[in-house]
Design a binder for this molecule. Structure first.
Ligand SMILES: C[S@@+](CC[C@H](N)C(=O)[O-])C[C@H]1O[C@@H](n2cnc3c(N)ncnc32)[C@H](O)[C@@H]1O
Length: 244
């Protein structure tokens, strides 16, 4: 099995058209001001939004390959560090810290999540803004037929081919971790290489507890990137928090 976060070109090809989160991140960043820190910044998909606002941007990520790709694209216009979001120490505080695109779910245990949010607290200025966005766990996704391949993406262009990602998953109830396996379907043919990643499911009541325990006060809860409030129909949980 290959770690999905070692293939930056594939990641960028899959997400090149994805823009649902961009308006919200931009508007919160604009209000919060810089400097800005993104956790799990990946290949820098969201970095340009922050730079376009004229704000200083720092991204941290654990993937050497993704960081290399981000540094290649942004050069000295942005700062990228290899760091573990579960415990990091930077020599700076930030007015806006965010972790988008479900990346918070890579905190696989309560302890990981607590440590991550404690590190956020330590790096946030008083009155600063923190945003975290993930999907709300969906039983119809977690309890899908074991071993069955489901399409995980729309078709996209990669390496001269029309591709999509096919996925299987296995949800472990004891750990609340969803194990996902991706395979690339290239021009209609499934490739043998398997990509793996894991996501811990955090339900909204747990996010309330984790954020409060870290000293982060929730100022706004949204159920979608369009800013609509979180309710029983919501697929997303987006928290905007502050440090008093
Ligand atoms: C879904 S991608 C999101 C990338 C980027 N933020 C975006 O919106 O496109 C998740 C990212 O989390 C990173 N990651 C996973 N575990 C991490 C950890 N413990 N510390 C830092 N980064 C981590 C991966 O390397 C990957 O770049």
């Amino acid at each position: 099995m290959v770690d999905i976060y070692t293939k930056p070109e594939l990641y960028d090809a899959i997400h090149q058209a994805y823009s649902l989160d961009k308006n919200l991140i931009t508007s919160i960043a604009e209000k919060a001001g810089g400097p800005v820190l993104e956790l799990a910044s990946g290949t820098g998909r969201l970095a340009q939004l922050i730079l376009d606002l004229g704000l200083d941007y720092t991204g941290i990520d654990s993937s050497v390959e993704f960081l290399k790709s981000a540094i290649h694209e942004f050069g000295d216009r942005a700062t990228f560090h290899q760091n573990d979001m579960r415990q990091f120490e930077l020599d700076q505080k930030f007015n806006f810290i965010f972790i988008g695109f479900n990346s918070f779910l890579h905190n696989l245990t309560d302890e990981d999540a607590n440590q991550c949010l404690q590190s956020v607290f330590n790096h946030l200025t008083n009155g600063g803004t923190f945003l975290v966005s993930t999907f709300i766990p969906d039983p119809s996704f977690l309890y899908r037929e074991k071993g069955k391949q489901y399409p995980a993406t729309s078709p996209f262009n990669f390496d001269g081919s029309r591709c999509r990602i096919m996925e299987t998953n296995e949800y472990e109830e004891e750990t609340q971790i969803n194990q996902l396996t991706w395979q690339l379907e290239r021009d209609g043919t499934l490739e043998p290489e398997k990509y793996h990643y894991r996501m811990r499911m955090f339900y909204p009541h747990m996010m309330d507890i984790l954020l409060s325990d870290a000293g982060l006060r929730i100022t706004e809860k949204m159920g979608d990137y369009d800013g609509s409030p979180m309710d029983e129909e919501s697929g997303m949980q987006i928290y905007v928090c502050t440090k008093d």
